[in-house]
Design a protein around this ligand. Structure first.
Ligand code: PAF
Length: 283
């Protein structure tokens, strides 16, 4: 497995590969969720390239950029074991040279709701780094987890609008046995917080059952029940919403013939740790 630290190194290494190339962009602290992305990528392509870069431009001034877990040695071992062909490990100066003017990328609408409101500037940083990674590596496909659904929809929209040649692939969320979606931020949770964190999944299941089993189509009623369930686990709620699954547009009433694809999304804090999760439903 090769390691490339500069743009020219990664371009040369990727250029020497034959066959279909998948990129799995990550910020490291790799867990089973990332490994499952790599496995799926391997099934879809001949070579998997993983990027590990904790991207400063997607963290707000009050966020955990400095504290974000960095576990490079373990990450490299996991990539090797997962059959990854090469890893791109750029430093901040390689991606954001100081003497270069910066380009701002925004996907209107989808970036202006939910995470975009709570984390101003976050999605602009995500778009910028993902656009750079795709332009640097030129993969045939790039794989992203559905766990960050808003990010996934945003990247799909950006790639479509900018006529990028890379196909964006969204892959299902990997969950712990109690349903909690895997996340690099779980290392911050105390034992008690970890037990309460399952409330996010429980809230999603409450909403899903109301829609699928009870035929409740009033969005406000469903959102209230999801929020109540988050409260049962003493989670500090940022949002618990039902949206159009394709573009995360607001809705008040579920009309299956108009919006057959739904997304239920929740975000909540346990102490300083903020977790997000979602499920997609097709009616
Ligand atoms: O989902 C992530 O880990 C990051 O947002 C990404 C896509 C690697 C961009 O930094």
């Amino acid at each position: 497995m090769w390691q490339a630290k500069t743009i020219s190194q990664v371009r040369a290494s990727v250029g020497a590969l034959r066959g279909k190339i998948a990129l799995v962009p990550t910020m490291g602290a790799l867990h089973q969720g990332h490994l499952s992305l790599m496995r799926s990528a391997r099934e879809l392509a001949d070579h998997v390239v993983v990027s590990i870069f904790v991207n400063p431009t997607q963290f707000g001034p009050e966020e955990d950029f400095a504290q974000y877990p960095r576990t490079l040695d373990a990450d490299l071992q996991k990539c090797q074991a997962a059959g990854v062909t090469g890893v791109f490990l750029p430093g901040v100066a390689e991606i954001y040279p100081e003497n270069q003017m910066s380009c701002q990328l925004n996907v209107r609408g989808i970036a202006d709701t939910l995470e975009g409101v709570i984390r101003p500037g976050h999605f602009s940083g995500v778009c910028r780094v993902v656009a750079k990674l795709l332009n640097i590596v030129h993969p045939d496909i790039a794989c992203f987890g559905q766990k960050d659904l808003q990010q996934l929809r945003l990247i799909e929209a950006m790639a479509r609008d900018l006529c990028m040649v890379t196909e964006i692939i969204g892959l299902p969320t990997l969950r712990e046995s109690d349903g909690l979606a895997m996340s690099s931020r779980h290392v911050y949770l105390s034992k008690n917080q970890r037990q309460r964190a399952v409330g996010l999944y429980r809230a999603l299941m409450i909403g899903k059952d109301m829609i699928e089993k009870e035929g409740v189509f009033n969005v406000q009623v469903i959102e209230k029940a999801m929020a109540q369930e988050l409260g049962v686990y003493d989670l500090q709620i940022d949002y618990a919403v039902v949206r159009d699954g394709r573009n995360l547009d607001l809705m008040t009433l579920i009309e299956p013939h108009l919006t057959p694809h739904l997304a239920l999304l929740v975000a909540a804090k346990l102490g300083d740790v903020r977790l997000i999760d979602n499920v997609l439903l097709s009616l």
